[in-house]
Write a protein that binds this ligand. Structure first.
Ligand code: BG6
Length: 464
């Protein structure tokens, strides 16, 4: 496991806080959460002021890498593209601290915090946002290339595009298949423009994309189920992975969509940029798989459980004429209806490797739980079991020849979990948001340290 990255992953809006400090401008998330009086990330983990402590704790916890994202609203002040030097200096201090502790920074350019000034001009529905992203990405490469060698264009296009434009539970809260297609295309185009800027600038290092990976299983082996699986795979995975890794949007997906929707924004000029600017690696965030059956009846239904109460906001996915997601009564689910299924990671990694033959990083993996953090040490044995079983799954895939280069726990410390607020906790370090944001390592933090120092020898291994 020489040179393997063992780290933790976070995102700017979810941990930094300091939302008005050093001339940071409003993001679409600030705007939406404030307008609707919802729990927000104004303070979050206060990482903006405590990053040194957080990075030091990662180092002391045996980790050698930190995946984090840059906040566009800290770096670019306005639609004219003016640079905020205070934002640049902040991130330089963060990266210098990483280097001081021998922690490899693994940097995501965009993790959902679009400046509100761009959202007001149509956000991802406007092609101009892709060009604004290209400018922003160039500014980042130029400002940090001496400190950062691992870059990611976007975090999870599937998740933020479908949540924001189809399901409507994330800003800008649209529920429109046409808007989903337009936004999805503009995001994938922007990602290719980011890769293009990186190549043209001849910056050192590598650039990839991070995807919310959902391997697809079928309820049986019938042809109808196989067709449903292909629809589900196109919806969940292929439009990101094929486009970023092969430079091709799946043709059967385009054919199906073209029968009902306007695809005139996809021109030869755009396809050329996408074809010529493929990524160097794939980052896969793994939380769960999808078990699917053929579509039977009813309208498209997409319900996400943000309630944290099993059976209340129970998740449901039906895409009319395509597929239905089903729940396995024999499996285990969290309070947010996420199935715990490590085997999906083992099998999924092999599929992705066979399809794309690109190096892979597990860029997020973890379990969200309610926890009492007023105790001296959170005894999160469930998290230890979860991580053991998923790292085991990853090692099995590695043994089978998949080129896996790193694993990042989501998350190195507790942070703000979007619509689930701060009480859905993923951290290896507890943060008491109500009492001075004190940091206390959980049991899993020490388990992870020992596992890394043993070179993964302490993982309880089994074939899945
Ligand atoms: C991924 C995101 O979707 O999963 C993170 O990259 C997110 O930003 C994480 O927080 C866990 O999801 P959630 O909704 O439980 O916070």
């Amino acid at each position: 496991m020489k040179d393997f990255l063992w780290g933790g992953a976070s995102a700017s809006y979810q941990c930094e806080g300091a939302w008005q400090e050093d001339d940071r401008v409003e993001s679409m998330w600030d705007h939406y959460l404030h307008e609707n009086n919802l729990e927000n990330g104004d303070v979050a983990s206060d990482h903006y002021h405590r990053f040194e402590e957080d990075i030091r704790m990662m180092k002391e916890g045996g980790q050698n890498a930190y995946r984090l994202s840059l906040a566009w609203p800290r770096i670019i002040k306005n639609r004219e593209g003016e640079i905020n030097q205070k934002g640049i200096s902040f991130y330089r201090r963060v990266f210098e601290t990483c280097r001081k502790y021998d922690i490899e920074p693994f940097v995501t350019v965009y993790h959902w915090d679009l400046p509100q000034y761009l959202e007001e001009k149509g956000g991802w529905l406007n092609e101009e946002t892709a060009y604004a992203y290209e400018h922003y990405a160039k500014v980042c490469f130029e400002a940090f290339h001496d400190l950062v060698k691992e870059w990611v264009t976007f975090n999870e296009p599937k998740w933020f595009v479908c949540s924001g434009y189809l399901i409507g539970n994330y800003p800008p809260c649209h529920k429109s298949p046409q808007d989903t297609i337009t936004a999805a295309f503009n995001v994938m185009y922007a990602s290719a423009l980011g890769v293009k800027a990186f190549r043209e600038g001849k910056y050192p290092g590598k650039i990839g994309i991070v995807h919310s990976f959902t391997p697809i299983n079928g309820v049986d082996g019938t042809l109808a189920t196989k067709i449903a699986m292909r629809y589900a795979d196109n919806y969940c995975n292929n439009w990101i992975l094929d486009t970023a890794a092969k430079g091709e949007i799946p043709i059967d997906l385009l054919t199906t969509l073209s029968k009902k929707y306007d695809l005139s924004m996809i021109t030869e000029k755009h396809l050329k940029v996408i074809k010529e600017n493929k990524v160097d690696f794939l980052g896969l965030n793994y939380y769960s798989r999808a078990l699917v059956k053929p579509y039977s009846s009813g309208e498209t239904t997409l319900v996400v459980n943000n309630s944290g109460k099993k059976g209340k906001g129970t998740s449901k996915v039906i895409i009319k004429d395509w597929f239905e997601q089903v729940y396995d009564p024999n499996s285990t689910y969290t309070e947010w209806d996420t199935e715990i299924y490590p085997k999906g990671l083992q099998e999924g990694l092999k599929e992705v490797w066979e399809k794309y033959h690109l190096p892979i990083y597990i860029t997020e993996n973890g379990v969200g739980m309610y926890e009492d953090v007023t105790v001296d040490q959170v005894q999160d044995d469930y998290r230890i079991e979860f991580m053991n079983d998923h790292i085991n799954a990853m090692l099995n895939a590695k043994d089978d020849g998949v080129d896996i280069r790193g694993y990042f726990a989501w998350s190195p410390f507790d942070l703000y979990s979007w619509k689930n607020g701060c009480e859905k906790r993923y951290g290896l370090v507890a943060i008491d948001f109500d009492h001075g944001l004190v940091r206390k390592p959980k049991k899993s933090y020490f388990w992870y340290k020992e596992m890394i120092e043993s070179n993964a020898e302490t993982i309880k291994r089994k074939r899945l």
